[in-house]
Design a protein around this ligand. Structure first.
Ligand code: MCN
Length: 784
């Protein structure tokens, strides 16, 4: 729409490599995380959790625990009646699995909460939990999702035979004919391990109930404060307006803090039942075993190629190991369902078919984790492409380049509208950064040291900046409008309120830049608040799906423009000019070309409230703008390339060189983008080589600490060469696209392809991540 004012500031804040405004506070140790929040009279909660993967609860005796000095309450499902959590997903055929905050009659995974103890200290609460006597009647555990599919596993829910909560299939194009007439077909199974998000700060919340006013205040380390408020309202049967969720600093989430946790509901129930404020801070063992897990897919894939190497068709059977419940707010289905939609990835493949089976097992439930769904099918496809290249005697880079999407807009076979991109350019840039053409010498040098060198290149497309339309193109119904508010205080300071807390992405800086850019002020003077549901009551989704830069950034640009229009009306009245002749720069509004005729924003804002002669130029003195923005679907892209060395004696894989090129359109702040690219790359290396929670056949998790769930450290990560391409989205407000998940989608594939390349002389292929030393050495003939 036409604007009263058009010109931006002399130095654009949007796009500047501004260092993070929040870092001074965080690096000085002045961050305030959930465990720093206290309220008077606060009690400490500890959960008694199931030691069994699958059992009936026969009896619970809490009397000894209750009589321990210092214990305020010991509560079970019987004392805390509530409505269970349930996913809110509208995929036809998906079976719901209501999940209680505390198990009442049956436990379905090791770590499921059974009772909550409130005490004056955490130590006493833990001691008391040990005194609770629970009679369990163990049941056979279902741990193999493939067994579940064939109806051979013990059902977790009586009404879900075979534990299958979803089974569906879809075909796009003429897949059977494409396979029948293909010159080459490569096939293979690829299994993606069971990740945990491993945020630096574990989960936790503090609930405080005011019985007199029937008001509940919950402080929570969450990515989705509004979703939590909605789930609390549902489970506690309270009006949403009576619940306020406050978010302190959050030390990482990576998707794990999107769902409302059963523990969070139990804490709120306990606070309401006892009238005591209750705080729960998860410990690391709980986080590894009982917080939601991620990924864990088995993908059987076939790729059909023409004689000259064109990708003709792809077909996949995807089985998702969902864990014990179809989690809220999405469902465990999101993992394997999204995997299917992205089968063609960045390539021109017109014939696509998939079958998806989502199976419950007696393991911790699956919820979203960075790159949700996409990592698994992307890895399976890229490994197959390398296999095809070996079969055809083609260079894997050339084979990919031949098949990449080149013209935009492009609609994929599965219905995704790739709006813009640099698929070929980013592939070539990554290959250049890594020295792809000079690798033969390095291979020979490595062999002299007894190592096998391999290279992997993984171009990706990232469905990003999820608005409602983008989600629907992934066949996912997801309301994605968010409420933002920009206020100019009477002092002239700018306050921004959003419902998307940062877990480390730097939103306080980037969102300030977006608003500062429109209003011509210093970003350091813009305060970004993302800590209170009361400030923006109509938000929906929270921080997820790489949406903040695009959805919230877009909404803030629109809101800041509205505010600028109001200010321009006031300034035009004061300076006696046409509002279209005004420019906003360096905290002033001035008549373009006449610097002497200007007014500082601080003065203008104050007079808008307190000087009737100025105020009369606006109908109301509301220097506030509220906006919602729900962008069209937009897709980022990029390419990760790695060089690995494999030690055939130990099976150890070292990533020795890496490049990551990304294209997220207009970058709001390139420094933040680079930080995200690096972080996601490191997590991708973790998933490729180390990270996995194995379970015994009885459903006992074998990783319970960071000594058995291995995370990559700086020692395992080489210098990563970063590159940018920039194809602004023609569809979004600032031309931006999201990019927060990039490396987790692409890196495991790059590493797996590189390891397969390194091991090619042995005639073996890789078929899973993580590629642990035991797995890799098991592939090799040995002894060396
Ligand atoms: N950005 C930008 N220009 C763009 C795109 C992004 O400057 N065109 C910047 C943004 O301003 C933001 C960051 O890059 O600072 C990521 O933006 P975006 O892609 O919009 O993603 P979100 O901010 O919505 O963050 C969510 C995304 C997801 S889905 C996961 S999972 C994830 C991730 O971010 N979890 C993280 N990165 C994380 N980083 C940290 N430190 N901690 C987590 O838990």
């Amino acid at each position: 729409s036409e604007r009263l004012t058009g010109s931006g500031p002399s130095e654009r804040a949007l796009g500047a490599r501004l260092t993070r405004l929040e870092d001074a506070r965080l690096l000085a140790g002045a961050g305030r995380f959930l465990a720093d929040v206290t309220v008077p009279g606060m009690t400490h909660a500890h959960f008694l959790r199931s030691p069994h993967a699958h059992a009936r609860i026969v009896s619970i005796d809490t009397s000894a625990a209750r009589s321990l000095p210092g214990v305020h309450a010991v509560l079970t499902a019987a004392e805390l009646p509530h409505r269970p959590l349930v996913d809110s997903v509208a995929v036809p055929g998906l079976v719901k699995t209501p999940q209680p905050a505390l198990a009442s009659d049956r436990v379905r995974y090791v770590g499921e909460p059974v009772a909550i103890v409130l005490a004056g200290s955490r130590a006493v609460a833990e001691d008391a939990a040990e005194l609770i006597r629970v009679g369990y009647a163990p049941l056979p555990a279902a741990t193999d999702p493939l067994a579940g599919q064939h109806g051979r596993a013990e059902p977790l829910f009586e009404d879900i035979p075979g534990n299958v909560i979803y089974a569906g299939s879809r075909t796009y194009g003429n897949v059977d004919d494409a396979f029948a007439s293909a010159a080459h077909v490569v096939t293979g199974r690829f299994t993606t391990g069971r990740f945990i998000a491993a945020p630096m700060e574990t989960r936790g919340c503090l609930a405080d109930y005011d019985a007199a006013g029937d008001r509940l205040t919950v402080h929570c380390s969450t990515q989705s404060p509004h979703l939590l408020r909605r789930k609390l309202a549902h489970c506690l049967e309270m009006g949403e307006g009576r619940i306020r969720v406050l978010v302190p600093d959050v030390g990482g989430g990576f998707g794990q803090k999107i769902p409302a946790a059963p523990e969070e509901i139990a804490v709120a129930l306990a606070a309401r039942a006892t009238g005591l404020p209750v705080r729960w801070v998860e410990d690391r063992q709980e986080n590894i075993t009982a917080a939601p897990h991620a990924k864990d897919q088995i993908v059987d894939m076939e790729l059909a190629l023409s004689a000259d190497g064109a990708f003709e068709a792809v077909r996949a059977r995807i089985v998702g190991d969902c864990g014990a419940y179809s989690f809220n707010s999405a469902s465990a289905l999101i993992e394997c369902y999204l995997s299917a939609g992205l089968l063609p990835g960045p390539y021109r493949i017109r014939n696509v078919a998939w079958e998806v089976t989502a199976v419950l097992t007696n393991k911790s439930p699956i919820s979203p984790y960075r790159g949700v769904g996409w990592t698994a099918s992307h890895s399976a496809r890229e490994v197959l492409i390398d296999r095809a290249a070996r079969l055809l005697g083609r260079d894997p880079l050339d084979l990919r380049r031949q098949n990449l999407v080149r013209e935009f807009p492009y609609t994929s076979a599965t219905g995704m509208d790739y709006d813009s991109g640099s698929y070929v350019e980013s592939l070539d840039k990554a290959a250049g950064l890594i020295g792809y053409t000079g690798l033969e010498e390095r291979r020979a040098a490595a062999r002299e040291r007894g190592r096998y060198l391999g290279v992997g290149v993984s171009p990706y497309v990232e469905p990003s900046g999820w608005g409602t339309a983008g989600a629907l193109q992934s066949s996912w119904s997801f309301a994605s409008h968010d409420h933002v508010r920009v206020t100019m205080e009477p002092s002239g300071e700018v306050t921004v309120a959003v419902g998307t807390p940062s877990q480390g992405q730097g939103h306080a800086t980037v969102l300030a830049q977006v608003v500062a850019d429109v209003l011509g002020v210093d970003p350091a003077t813009v305060t970004v608040l993302a800590d209170d549901t009361a400030a923006v009551p109509i938000s929906t989704a929270g921080t997820r799906a790489s949406r903040t830069a695009t959805v919230i950034g877009g909404a803030l640009t629109l809101a800041a423009r509205d505010l600028r229009d109001k200010l321009a009306r006031l300034a035009a009245g004061l300076l006696e000019c046409d509002p279209r002749d005004l420019e906003f720069d360096q905290g002033h509004v001035r008549v373009r070309g006449v610097p002497a005729r200007s007014v500082p924003l601080a003065e203008l804002a104050g007079r808008a409230h307190f000087d009737p002669a100025v105020r009369e130029h606006l109908p109301e003195p509301d220097l506030v703008a509220n906006r919602f923005y729900d962008p069209p679907a937009t897709y980022s892209n990029g390419c990760v390339a790695v060089v690995v060395e494999v030690d055939p004696l130990t099976g150890d894989v070292a990533v020795v060189d890496a490049a990551a090129v990304e294209d997220c359109g207009t970058m709001l702040n390139p420094l933040m983008v680079e930080g995200q690219v690096l972080g996601a790359f490191v997590q991708g290396v973790g998933g490729a080589l180390y990270e996995h929670v194995p379970y015994t056949a009885d459903g006992v998790p074998l990783a319970t600490s960071f000594s058995d769930y291995l995370l990559p450290t700086a020692a395992e990560i080489p210098h990563v060469r970063l590159g940018h391409c920039c194809s602004p989205s023609p569809l979004t407000v600032n031309g931006s696209k999201g990019m927060g998940e990039s490396g987790v989608i692409a890196t495991p594939a790059a590493v797996a392809c590189a390891v397969a390349d390194a091991l090619a002389p042995f005639g073996v292929e890789v078929d899973r991540t993580p590629l642990t030393p035991a797995y890799v050495s098991g592939l090799l003939p040995g002894p060396f």
